[in-house]
Ligand binder design. Structure first.
Ligand SMILES: [Zn+2]
Length: 170
């Protein structure tokens, strides 16, 4: 089994003996359960991606299995920029949701006018309380999430997991 990571970065450590599995907040990243699993494989390869509609060109984030604009299911994976600027932010300094340590920082980010997407809501990690400011540049980072067991045809598989966030460019 993959080495389990402590809660300070990833949130609810379902397998750390502290919470039951049903309280796990991270997605199943296995192809058996998740049609956007290539997103997680791309994260593992250090790529920040999403889906683009082959019919109308619409790009969504998070990735989708059906285009919300024209209902086509012919989507392709495209890479997103790995740097963005903070438009505005919220910082939970106390009473963060279960499993998350404060400060829990969420920022409304922009890729600028030339980006494939104009905006994105992202979580900022490795940042002290009060440190992040509007206009700051942030970069995409990935981190491992506690592995999760699941059943496939009476076999138990362990899903190694990864997720993404952003951190301040200093
Ligand atoms: Zn479309």
């Amino acid at each position: 089994m993959a080495e389990l990571q402590k809660a300070e970065i990833v949130g609810t450590p379902a397998l750390d003996g502290q919470y039951i599995g049903e309280m796990d907040i991270w997605p199943f990243e296995a192809p058996e359960f998740n049609r956007i699993y290539p997103f997680y494989d791309n994260l593992r390869a250090g790529k920040f991606t999403t889906t683009k509609c082959k019919k109308c060109g619409h790009i969504t984030f998070p990735p989708q299995v059906i285009c919300p604009k024209c209902w086509s299911d012919e989507l392709e994976w495209v890479e997103l920029p790995q740097r963005a600027k903070v438009v505005t932010l919220t910082e939970t300094q106390a009473g963060a949701p279960l499993g998350f340590e404060p400060p829990l920082i969420l920022a409304w980010l922009t890729f600028g006018d030339k980006g494939p997407l104009k905006h994105l809501l992202g979580r900022i990690i490795h940042c002290k309380e009060g440190e992040l400011k509007e206009g700051d540049e942030v970069k995409f980072v990935t981190f491992s999430v506690p592995a999760h067991p699941f059943e496939v045809k009476k076999d138990t598989k362990i899903s190694d997991r990864v997720f993404y966030a952003f951190e301040l460019v200093k």
